[in-house]
Design a protein around this ligand. Structure first.
Ligand code: GLN
Length: 547
């Protein structure tokens, strides 16, 4: 049976609960324990797949095809443990499961209520895979006191009550605001937040306090006294220059020790932090800098491309350079020549996206990178746009486009080089889709294998010819254009094992131009940078040396 750590938040949102959970996971691993991290989200969407990136940031996709919260990306980047479908659950998912059961008659005539039916469903979810790891870390989204969060808080309270003593602990993250006028850190909001938590029956074992300033012993003592925690279980969380410093910083503040103490694990195994020391060394001691443009459409909210930004940082760490990312709005290039905007960059990345807005601008960015021989990485939509660009400007298919933007154009002249895929196979099962299907959870989702062509650039980059990468898209490059495009220098160097779906394209006569239908950024880690990002940044570094 696993031990459980429930992580809740109070005072304000966006305190970095996800990061604290991920860093704690990494620290427990450093002491030799196995971990799994979970996120319980109070919102009513069944999953974040249908939410705009502006609302919720990036959608993180798991190998088994779930569209999940971006915090799962943090968990994976810090622990290297591949997240699963069962590691992310929302109120929407819980309620729809309960209602399905009710319709099926599973409750045998009972009145269905939040307690016990909804809370039982949550508890069952929390305990999935209980026997597989030493520690299960479950983060509750939102802050204590939110109406929609109540069933989750009630469920974790019951969970702790039902398990043997000492096998469940609660960690609460709060903020100590700094009042410049009086020159003080204030503990009152934290006291109130803990009071709120205790009023619903949860007494935190550990307090993690975000603070801009050093927390004086006097305040620490006050927090311990009023919040009923041990003084060494009041952990300071100061602002960091890099998120990858978090495991070392939390260790310094005693978080992992406090957690082991709370469980009564003694003597505590000594931590091996070599991995994180190396990561910090690479982050803080770069030997150069590169400038990379991301030409996208959700550029006002960096969280929309969270994993890409992180994967670029990892690529920089592998090459000992700092990657300076600049976000460029693709729509700009529909009105203006990209050259003056993109000339100073050492590489260009066009990320994934949905809908037509900005796509002609992305096509022009791809053209600029191809013709100027600047390293280009096209991800998902960024690959599709590079294929359209090559079809139009290399193969002379002027009306090449995607069915995503031009449903009616079936007739006259339209060349759907990107088409709507209606049938595919996942884990030996046939999946069929139609244009009118629901939008939620119906894309080609999760890990799919690809076979790389011997001798190609990507085979060299990966160092192998069979790979598996995560997908999230509805449209595909049509294999029937392969011969025409290959003749003009756009090589299809990665295909699905049955040879029907193009997974990777590269431009032959170019130092580094690769488009991938999948999302390599989702599998990159600071201690194991993804080969594509590692080599893309290496190519950018080479360009930076030439200029
Ligand atoms: N909109 C495109 C598709 O559905 C690309 C999706 C993506 O970039 N993730 O195929």
């Amino acid at each position: 049976m696993a031990r459980y750590i429930f992580i809740t938040g109070g005072v304000v949102s966006s305190l970095g609960k996800g990061l604290a959970s991920a860093a704690l996971g990494a620290l427990l691993q450093a002491r030799g324990f196995s971990v799994r991290l979970r996120k319980l989200d109070p919102y009513l969407n069944v999953d974040p797949g249908t939410m705009s990136p502006f609302e919720h940031g990036e959608v993180f996709v798991t190998d088994d095809g779930a569209e999940t919260d971006l915090d799962l990306g943090h968990y994976e980047r810090f622990t290297g443990v591949a997240a699963r479908k069962t590691d992310s659950v929302s109120s929407g998912r819980i309620y729809s499961t309960v209602l399905e059961k009710e319709r099926r008659g599973d409750y045998l005539g009972k009145t269905i209520q939040v307690i016990p039916h909804v809370t039982n469903e949550i508890k069952d979810w929390i305990a999935i895979g209980d026997d597989e790891v030493d520690f299960m870390l479950c983060e509750i989204g939102g802050t204590v006191g939110d109406i929609e969060g109540l069933p989750f808080f009630e469920a974790i309270r019951q969970f702790g009550q039902e398990r043997p003593r000492g096998e469940v602990i609660y960690m609460h993250l709060t903020l100590l605001p700094w009042l410049a006028a009086s020159g003080e850190l204030k503990t009152k909001p934290t006291q109130h937040s803990v009071k709120e938590l205790r009023s619903i029956g949860i007494a935190p074992d550990i307090l993690v306090c975000r603070s801009e300033r050093q927390i004086p012993d006097k305040e620490r003592g006050k927090l311990a006294l009023f919040c009923n925690v041990r003084p060494d279980a009041v952990i300071a969380a100061y602002d960091l220059k890099s998120i990858y410093e978090a495991p070392l910083a939390y260790h310094r503040e005693g978080l992992d020790q406090a957690v082991l103490d709370a469980f009564g694990i003694s003597p505590a195994p000594r931590p091996n932090l070599a991995r994180w020391e190396d990561v910090a060394d690479r982050i803080f001691n770069p030997e150069g800098e590169v400038k990379i443009a991301i030409v996208g459409k959700y550029t006002q909210l960096e969280d929309a491309y969270k994993s890409i930004a992180e994967a670029l940082t990892h690529g920089g760490m592998a090459n000992r350079v700092k990657v300076n990312v600049e976000w460029v709005e693709a729509e700009l290039f529909e009105r203006e020549d990209p050259a003056p905007y993109l000339e100073g960059f050492h590489a260009i990345l066009v990320p994934g996206g949905f809908g037509e807005r900005g796509t002609e601008g992305k096509i022009r960015a791809a053209q600029f990178a191809r013709t100027r021989k600047i390293p280009y990485l096209g991800i998902c939509l960024g690959m599709q746009m590079a294929v359209i660009e090559a079809a139009r400007n290399l193969a002379g298919l002027e009306s090449a486009g995607s069915q995503e933007f031009d449903h009616e154009a079936g007739a006259a002249r339209f060349e759907p080089v990107i088409f709507h895929l209606k049938e595919w196979v996942k884990d030996n099962q046939k999946i069929a889709r139609d244009v009118l299907d629901d939008k939620g959870g119906t894309m080609r989702l999760g890990a799919f294998p690809a076979v790389l062509r011997e001798g190609s650039k990507v085979a060299e980059v990966y160092g192998e010819t069979r790979i598996s990468e995560r997908h999230r898209h509805r449209y595909e490059v049509d294999i029937k254009y392969r011969e025409r495009l290959e003749k003009e220098g756009l090589r299809f160097t990665g295909l699905s094992p049955d040879g029907r779906l193009p997974e990777i394209v590269e431009v032959a006569d170019h130092p580094w131009f690769i488009g991938v239908q999948f999302h390599p950024e989702l599998k990159s880690k600071p201690f194991a940078p993804h080969p594509l990002f590692k080599d893309f940044v290496r190519a950018a570094k080479e360009v930076s040396r030439l200029v």
